[in-house]
Each structure stands twice: as structure tokens, then as C-alpha cells.
Design a protein around this ligand. Structure first.
Ligand code: G3H
Ligand code: 13P
Ligand code: ZN
Length: 316
């Protein structure tokens, strides 16, 4: 099977009440860790590449790695997606590079401007059989290339369901990333959050069958935070979205769930542990290997939360 877009995945995920995991990739070990879990669980897969990943790894390397994933896993539908494209030019470049799905994130722009940029991307992408995810509303958190609102303001920037319908109708985007209380990165909240499930149901009541996307969906698991801190790290106040809330959203109209931070933390915790317990070790395979294995276990756990284990065949 060659790379696929996400249409069939989202159709099945919506119909059968689960979500597809979208995992960020930056190098070979991260990709292998993700894919070994996916292959064991027979789940559909979205591998996403941010602008930061493009410039860190060089897109030709990432494309080659994903090419091997596709060749070695003929029964797994794999979608190659641009995460947080910021301009028409970036999205166009990714369409031209062979991505099967792109995100245009103009959510920081005024409503009308977001519509105009998204429409431009949709027109180009659809002409090339590529699907488009857009974003409306603003998440919290700050990462390398994605700036969000402050923790205190997350509730003020949730997606308005009425506006979402207008946005979808005017742009023709294939899926919409919404702000429903999640946040990017490891420092999402000061107290445990409650997601705004009414934003999700408010949109799905008005436009049944339409796939929604939830970014900032890492759970920042305590055991990994504790391991990082135990082995010399410094992440005392990290906090994420509870797995139970992610599972609830996955049963609703959320068809794609973005996870990066939890994979970063699994890898970091394991590498720190190896360095701490065997300070004489200097063979990269001796720490990247266990790190890759930690990612495999983390992704397996996520697939259970999202309910997409065993769903590869129906999405193909
Ligand atoms: O939401 C953004 C993703 O976690 C990617 O982060 O821009 O640092 O690669 P990045
Ligand atoms: P996390 O930082 O919660 O993993 O979110 C990742 C994300 O939304 C990528 O687009
Ligand atoms: Zn995101």
C-alpha cells in the first residue's frame, strides 16, 4: 500500500467511536518506536512532521524513513501529514513533497483572514488530491514554532461552534482542529483540567459526520515525569490532559488526536535512566535503543486510550 490520506480513517473513526493517533516524528528511532507499536496493534497511523522537524531532520530523510514504513507494513494505512503549517507556501511545499495531508494553522489570525488563507491552501491541496486540516480557536502552551495563549486564558479562546460551521462551509477544509481546553507541551495546566466537551458536541450536532481534531493531547504521565526528575531532569510542574478525558473525546467527533510530548518524555526518561545507571556508556545504540523501546510502549498505551487498536483493516 502507498501513503494514504486520512479520509477513510476519519470516516471509520467517526462511525465507530474511536480516534486515530497522530504522532510527531523527527528521526529514525522515534518513527521505529511508533511503527512497531502500530504494527503489533494493527492500528491506522498518521505520522506528522512539523516545520521544526523539517528543518531538524531534512525532509528527504524523513520521507525516506516513512517510505520504508510503508514498504514494510503493507497492511497498515499510513498518512504523512504536515503539523502546524503556518503559510500557504509551507503547505504548498509539503503538497509538492508528497505529503498526503497538510495542516494550515492560521488560528492566530483574525477569523476572515484565517478563512482566506485556509481557502487558498484547500484549493491547491485538493487540486493535488491532498486533504487539509485547519484550526479555529486557540490552544494554550508554547512550543518551538507554535505559540498559544496563557494557561489562564485557555477558556477564553475555545472554538465557537457557530463560527466553526461557517468556517467549514466557507473554506471546504476536510477536518478542523478545535480548541476545547487542551494545550501544547508539558506545562499545560496548574490544576487538573476539565475539557469543554460541549464544544465538540456543539459542532457535531450541527454538522454530523464531520471529523474534528484535538491537538495538545499528551497526558504528561506522572510516572514519566517522576523518572525524568529522579534521573537528574527538572520538570517539577509538568501537567497534561487526563487519559480518561482523551478517551471520552475519542468516542465523540474527535477523529484525530495529536501526541508528541508524551513520546518526548518517554524517550527522555529512558535515556536519562541509562546515562544515570551506566555513566560509562557511550554507544548511542545503548541509549537510543532503549529509548525507542520506551516509545513503542508509550504508543501501545495511547492506542488503547484512543480505541484504534485492530482498526487498520477497516481504514485501508
Ligand atoms: O505542536 C507541536 C508539536 O509538538 C511539534 O513541536 O514544533 O517543536 O516540532 P515542534
Ligand atoms: P502535545 O504537546 O500535547 O503532545 O501536543 C502535540 C500536538 O498537538 C502536535 O500538533
Ligand atoms: Zn498541535
Amino acid at each position: 500500500m502507498s501513503l494514504v490520506d486520512s479520509k477513510k480513517m476519519f470516516e471509520m473513526a467517526y462511525k465507530n467511536g474511536y480516534a486515530v493517533g497522530a504522532f510527531n516524528v523527527n528521526n529514525m528511532e522515534i518513527t521505529q518506536g511508533i511503527v512497531s507499536a502500530i504494527a503489533e496493534e494493527k492500528a491506522p497511523l498518521i505520522l506528522q512532521i512539523s516545520r521544526g522537524a523539517r528543518s531538524y531532520a531534512n525532509i528527504d530523510y524523513l520521507k525516506a524513513i516513512i517510505g520504508v514504513v510503508v514498504a514494510q507494513n503493507p497492511d497498515i494505512p499510513v498518512c504523512m501529514h504536515l503539523d502546524h503549517g503556518d503559510t500557504f507556501e509551507t503547505c504548498k511545499q509539503c503538497v509538492d513533497d508528497g505529503f498526503t495531508s497538510v495542516m494550515i494553522d492560521a488560528s492566530g489570525k483574525p477569523f476572515e483572514e484565517n478563512i482566506e488563507i485556509t481557502k487558498q491552501v484547500v484549493e491547491y491541496a485538493h487540486d493535488h488530491n491532498v486533504v487539509v486540516e485547519a484550526e479555529l480557536g486557540q490552544l494554550g502552551g508554547i512550543e518551538e514554532d507554535v505559540v498559544g495563549v496563557s494557561q489562564e486564558d485557555i477558556g477564553k479562546h475555545l472554538t465557537d461552534p457557530e463560527q466553526a460551521i461557517e468556517f467549514i462551509e466557507k473554506t471546504g477544509c476536510d477536518s478542523l482542529a478545535i480548541a476545547c481546553g487542551t494545550s501544547h507541551g508539558a506545562y499545560k495546566f496548574k490544576v487538573e483540567p476539565t475539557l469543554a466537551f460541549d464544544v465538540i458536541s456543539g459542532i457535531s450536532e450541527k454538522i454530523p459526520g464531520y471529523p474534528l481534531v484535538m491537538h495538545g493531547s499528551s497526558s504528561v504521565l506522572k510516572e514519566f515525569k517522576d523518572l525524568i526528575n529522579k534521573y537528574g531532569g527538572d520538570m517539577p510542574n509538568a501537567m497534561g490532559v487526563p487519559e480518561s478525558a482523551i478517551g471520552e473525546a475519542a468516542k465523540m467527533a474527535i477523529c484525530k488526536v495529536n501526541i508528541d510530548t508524551d513520546l518526548r518524555m518517554a524517550l527522555t526518561a529512558k535515556i536519562r535512566q541509562v546515562f544515570s545507571e551506566t555513566p560509562g556508556e557511550f554507544d548511542p545504540r545503548k541509549y537510543l535503543g532503549p529509548g525507542r523501546e520506551a516509545i513503542r510502549k508509550m504508543v501501545k498505551r495511547k492506542l488503547q486510550v484512543l480505541g484504534c487498536s485492530g482498526k487498520a483493516a477497516e481504514c485501508a
